[in-house]
Design a protein around this ligand. Structure first.
Ligand SMILES: Nc1ncnc2c1ncn2[C@@H]1O[C@H](COP(=O)(O)OP(=O)(O)OP(=O)(O)O)[C@@H](O)[C@H]1O
Length: 486
């Protein structure tokens, strides 16, 4: 009677809402393996049996399981190795070790390495079901958390990326569609345009976000060490290789590998990388064993890879593997509407970092920042604001705080000409000229009316009044039509 109640309770726990979980039983004691399968069939989860460690390892490599029950001591591949592979290839699964009395200390060690629990032989059906149901609960809880996190990310996903321009809006809209997939992404753009920020956002908005994103800058690593950094090495592979070392691919397993400055990768490494991407297997330098890896590739370059292919510096087959999807980040001078919100963001965060109060930017500085060409893009803007915040002593970033390269620059934008030229205004009425000035300034401030009033040196109420006048004239939905960029 007592047992039946226990069974009912287990059946309830096993019947928690959610699709059935997949269980793998690995045991070279065939009778025990099939007995476990029979007991577990009662709690409604499909069970696959492997009657050797090798067979179990193969199943882990080729199939998907949520719970793995493995004997600790087996002839070929033992339970510790099964645990290892499950942690690498099925990181969301839970592993239960089956152990004899003599090997309990080994089972405890397995738990320290991430096993969920252990079952001591002889195993009773009730004990087996109870431990498995606990693992079911744990896996389901993790799945629910991931789902919840996914919903939160959908809502708050790209909040670290600051932008107001249509060009960046299009980039972000595309990213939102690409991030949740497993597609390889190549990010192009001048230095400092935010390629790494985008790579992070792709990872954080993908199902891999619970795992690592590992970044490797191919230009920053000595040519002879790139392969060891990527694939790892075994002790003795080089004079300096005093111990086995995991490479970026293994470290990023289950997550994302971000290869920055991919255009600087040496040609022999490009061939090896291509092979890894084709087979999903890596070989540590100096080793002859292969290891399966599952990583999403995101790479970035400021170089023109089409040109590099023409000169033979980059392999076209690798290029096509890496750029299943391409994201191009325009230089900052081609999306000037981002300058005001980025300035505002950096002013706030850097003032906090330097424990200072900086309330704003003077109109003259706002104009300088807007019209400067930013050859170093967002990074240069960030560095400029950083230096200004450090130098500032009156709570307002003014001309005397400007870095020399900005101080010396003239105010007319050199490239695309985001502002229409004042010469066009000759022949217009003063009212038209005033309206033009207000609309251009609103464009500079990204639509921020308070800031626009400050830049124009008029009161906010005066600005509102003038805007209302324009609106009542020709804009019913209450928006101010800004001058077109073309
Ligand atoms: N849209 C953005 N919003 C907020 N911060 C940004 C944005 N774009 C870039 N940044 C900041 O600008 C700096 C440079 O960005 P990042 O390192 O991503 O550029 P990059 O294109 O990878 O540069 P490089 O080619 O030199 O590696 C970083 O401090 C980053 O946080």
């Amino acid at each position: 009677m007592k047992d039946e109640r226990a069974n009912d309770k287990h059946a309830e726990a096993g019947n928690q809402p959610g699709p059935p979980l997949r269980i793998l039983v690995v045991d070279n004691d065939q009778a025990l393996a099939y007995a476990m399968e029979e007991s577990l069939a009662k709690i409604g989860h499909p069970v696959t049996v492997a009657t050797s460690g090798g067979e179990g390892a193969r199943k882990i490599e080729t199939d998907q399981f949520d719970i793995i029950i493995t004997d600790l001591v087996m002839n070929d591949v033992d339970g510790m190795e099964i645990l290892n592979r499950a942690k690498q290839l099925l990181p969301d699964s839970q592993v239960i070790m089956v152990t004899g009395h003599a090997t309990i200390s080994k089972a405890v060690e397995a738990m320290q390495q991430g096993a969920f629990n252990f079952l001591e032989k002889p195993i009773t059906p009730n004990r087996l079901r109870a431990v498995v149901e606990k693992a079911v609960e744990n896996v389901r809880l993790k799945q629910q958390n991931q789902e919840l996190q996914g919903r939160l990310d959908e809502k708050f996903g790209f909040e670290g990326i600051i932008y107001a321009s249509d060009k960046m809006k299009q980039v972000i809209d595309r990213l939102k569609r690409i991030a949740p997939t497993d597609a390889s992404v190549l990010i192009t753009g001048e230095s400092g345009t935010g390629k790494e920020v985008i790579a992070q956002a792709i990872h954080q908005n993908s199902p891999r976000k619970g795992k690592r994103i590992v970044a490797l800058n191919c230009a920053a690593v000595a040519e002879n060490l790139v392969e060891s950094e990527l694939f790892g090495h075994v002790k003795g592979a080089y004079t300096d290789a005093v111990a086995d070392r995991m490479g970026a691919f293994e470290y990023a397993n289950g997550g994302t590998l971000f290869l920055d400055e991919i255009g600087d990768m040496p040609l022999p490494t490009q061939i090896k990388l291509l092979r890894v991407l084709e087979d999903s297997q890596i070989t540590r330098v100096g080793d002859n064993k292969t290891t399966r890896v599952n990583v999403r590739m995101v790479s970035a370059t400021h170089k023109n890879l089409d040109e590099a292919i023409k000169t033979g510096a980059f392999r076209s087959d690798l290029y096509f593997r890496l750029k299943v999807v391409t994201i191009h980040l325009p230089p900052l001078r081609d999306r000037r509407e981002d300058i005001v919100p980025l300035t505002d963001h950096f002013r706030r965060t850097l003032a906090r970092r330097h424990h200072k109060t900086v309330k704003g930017v003077s109109p003259a500085v706002a104009k300088k920042l807007y019209t400067y060409d930013w050859p170093g893009n967002v990074r240069q803007l960030r560095n400029a604001i950083d230096a200004m915040v450090v130098l500032d002593n009156d709570g307002l970033l003014d001309l005397d705080d400007l870095p020399p390269e900005l101080m010396d620059a003239d105010d007319a934008p050199n490239s695309s000409g985001a502002l229409s030229g004042p010469m066009e205004l000759i022949g217009k009425t003063m009212d038209d000229i005033e309206r033009w000035a207000i609309e251009q300034t609103l464009q500079v401030t990204g639509g921020n009316r308070e800031e626009a009033a400050r830049v124009l040196g008029i009161g906010a109420r005066t600005l509102y009044r003038k805007l209302e006048k324009y609106q009542s004239g020709n804009d019913e939905d209450g928006k101010v039509e800004l001058a077109s960029e073309e």
